[in-house]
Design a protein around this ligand. Structure first.
Ligand SMILES: Cc1cc2nc3c(=O)[nH]c(=O)nc-3n(C[C@H](O)[C@H](O)[C@H](O)COP(=O)(O)OP(=O)(O)OC[C@H]3O[C@@H](n4cnc5c(N)ncnc54)[C@H](O)[C@@H]3O)c2cc1C
Ligand code: SF4
Length: 331
């Protein structure tokens, strides 16, 4: 473990001032990802800024009937919050599919958005990795790449984003609120996480001098027809090979609105709004869902060991949408 200083921020302005003074400083919330990265010598902050005492732990009414979730609301509190479990059960379900009860008690909303990939090479400081050390190479491309991306990857990086919560937030069209020296701004969830391109070391559009203050959900939560399905190697305590967050609005047996996001397949939660249009006005049946899944996975480019994800993703999409229609027992 490298040496570091610890500061405690007393306000958002104080947190930003502490961050501005040190380019190697990092915020710490639950610490469930950052401390692991420090122990593995992947992250080497010179200063940790404890933000756990900032007034960002409330879930309150948002604009236009939505819900505003403070960046420090724990994953557990969020999943079990009555407004979330009743109006946004897709989000509750996705959160509860992740990690363990102990981790969810510690993990924060902001930290979940910024958790880093679980690519084995990224965590192994003895190997090259473009995300950890830009320009050093990507051993996963030709190496052990069973868990890696099939969509939106680049020559530089084929890692996937590991979050479950973020897949639901993508389907729900959340907005991320941030503050920085230039003031406050709102980032649409689609634009928050980035594809790797030529800069795989940059995961998000959050600037290095900004802090996440809240995540806001719109009024529509797809509480009538939703499903989150996570496919993984073990039944618990494992990251997704493929996950699907699906929300539907139905007019009789016809689809009037659809939102489908995938986890475990790309560097960010994956949505294809053009493909989603294929569902609108169609009967809510397996044929429509299969046509949609085929279109969504059409651009997939498998690596040597992860071609299985294409069929798995298609089947999981069809199952998630079918469950969303029937609202059968969900696990
Ligand atoms: C064993 C294990 C299993 C897990 N399984 C899953 C799983 O199945 N599914 C899943 O989704 N997740 C899983 N996780 C990941 C877990 O959800 C994340 O580690 C957690 O959400 C991160 O939140 P945190 O508050 O602990 O972040 P921290 O570790 O405190 O911070 C993470 C990063 O976010 C930054 N940060 C934190 N808050 C802010 C803020 N408000 N503004 C700006 N920057 C901020 C920090 O500087 C740091 O870079 C697992 C983790 C572990 C250790
Ligand atoms: S996939 Fe990305 S994170 Fe993994 S080794 Fe390649 S560059 Fe590093």
């Amino acid at each position: 473990m490298n040496q570091f200083e610890l500061s405690r921020a007393s306000s958002v302005a104080d947190a930003l001032a502490l961050l501005a003074g040190d380019s190697q400083a990092r915020f710490i919330a639950g610490g469930t990802n950052l401390l692991d990265l420090m122990k593995e010598d992947v992250a080497r902050p010179t200063r940790l800024i404890d933000i756990t005492h900032l007034p960002l732990a409330a879930v309150e009414a948002g604009k236009g009937g939505g819900l505003r979730i403070g960046a420090l609301v724990s994953n557990a509190d969020l999943a079990y919050h009555s407004e979330v479990s009743s109006r946004y059960p897709l989000l509750s379900q996705a959160i509860l599919a992740g990690a363990s009860p102990q981790l969810r008690n510690m993990a924060s909303t902001g930290g979940n958005l910024l958790q880093r990939t679980r690519c084995y090479y990224f965590y192994d400081a003895a190997t090259p990795c473009n995300k950890r050390e830009p320009g050093s190479g990507c051993p996963a491309r030709e190496g052990v790449n069973r868990i890696h991306a099939i969509l939106g990857a680049s020559e530089q990086c084929v890692a996937v984003h590991p979050s479950d919560m973020c897949v639901a937030l993508a389907a729900l069209d959340a907005t991320v609120h941030v503050s920085g020296p230039a003031g406050d701004r709102a980032i649409q969830f689609d634009h928050f996480h980035q594809l790797p391109g030529d800069t795989p070391d940059i995961d998000t559009s959050l600037a290095p001098d900004e802090i996440i203050t809240a995540v806001e959900l719109p009024a529509e939560g797809y509480s009538g027809h939703y499903s989150y399905i996570k496919i993984r190697d073990r039944a618990s305590y494992a990251f997704a090979l493929v996950s699907v967050a699906a929300g539907l609005a139905l007019d009789g047996g016809t689809i009037s609105s659809a939102a489908v996001a995938l986890g475990g397949v790309a560097h960010k939660p994956w949505r294809d709004r053009q493909a989603e249009q294929l569902l609108i006005g169609k009967p809510a049946n397996e044929a429509s869902f299969t046509a949609f899944a085929d279109a969504l996975l059409q651009p997939a480019q498998p690596l040597a060991h992860n071609a299985f994800k294409i069929g798995l993703a298609k089947r999981t999409i069809v199952r998630a949408l079918s469950r969303a229609v029937a609202m059968e027992e969900q696990s």
